[in-house]
Write a protein that binds this ligand. Structure first.
Ligand code: TMP
Length: 213
């Protein structure tokens, strides 16, 4: 395990989480735009990543490759490890003084792989990864989310209403568990329009960073 103390810079590490169609990707982009406009150096990143492991995961999510759910849990953990500690990764950018905003992180594995293979293995595989300073968890009715993603051309294996409902429940359970471990997790009402959701996020993040928006 790397020996440096991540507490020193974790207060610049922000994660946005939620079920498919919750709007995390749009809101990560809008948040980064606000932070940059506010004079911060900010890097946007996402999981699964664009590297080799992330691309392999994408072939599994598309249904092109079929592997055991426990293998998927290991792949997400390996992708995350590289995302954190690899070249130009999260830690490197935090150390350079940037704010890093990630579209998904540990909580996604606890929620999605917790649903497909039970919570024990994802909990174990993710137990050594550092907590972000702030996690924003979107709460949106899965029916609204499924309607939002229905028009997407490429469908992924997790995009069914029944599965997303289970993931939403697992997100709640796992977020409670992480909060007890000291993670700072704020719930966001993601059912509102894009601008209102952005304003909620902006106000929470700027107050977390100790500045006025
Ligand atoms: P997205 O790029 O639209 O966010 O899709 C990523 C998909 O991967 C989404 O269905 C959530 C899923 N996922 C997991 O199952 N486990 C994980 O650890 C991560 C990061 C994502």
């Amino acid at each position: 395990m790397p020996s440096y103390n991540t507490d020193e810079f974790k207060n610049r590490f922000i994660v946005i989480e939620g079920i498919d169609g919750a709007g995390t990707t749009t809101q990560v982009r809008l948040l980064a735009e606000s932070l940059i406009a506010g004079g911060f150096s900010c890097i946007v990143t996402a999981e699964p990543t664009m590297n080799h492991i992330g691309q392999l995961i994408r072939t599994i999510l598309s249904g092109e490759d079929i592997v055991a759910p426990t293998t998927v849990a290991h792949l997400f953990a390996a992708d995350r490890n590289e995302h954190l500690y690899g070249k130009n990764g999260i830690i490197e950018n935090l150390k350079a003084g940037s704010i890093v905003v990630s579209d998904r992180y540990v909580l996604s594995s606890l929620a999605y792989q917790g649903t497909t293979c039970g919570p024990r293995l994802p909990w174990l595989l993710n137990s050594t990864f550092p907590a972000p300073g702030l996690t924003l968890l979107f709460e949106v009715d899965p029916e609204i989310c499924i309607t939002r993603i229905r028009s997407r051309l490429k469908k992924e294996i997790y995009e069914t209403l029944e599965f997303q409902r289970k993931v939403q429940n697992m997100y709640e359970r796992m977020a409670d568990r992480l909060s007890h471990k000291g993670w700072r997790i704020e719930r966001i009402d993601g059912s509102k329009d894009i601008e209102s959701v952005h304003q909620q996020i902006e106000s929470i993040v700027f107050s977390f960073l100790g500045v006025e928006c």
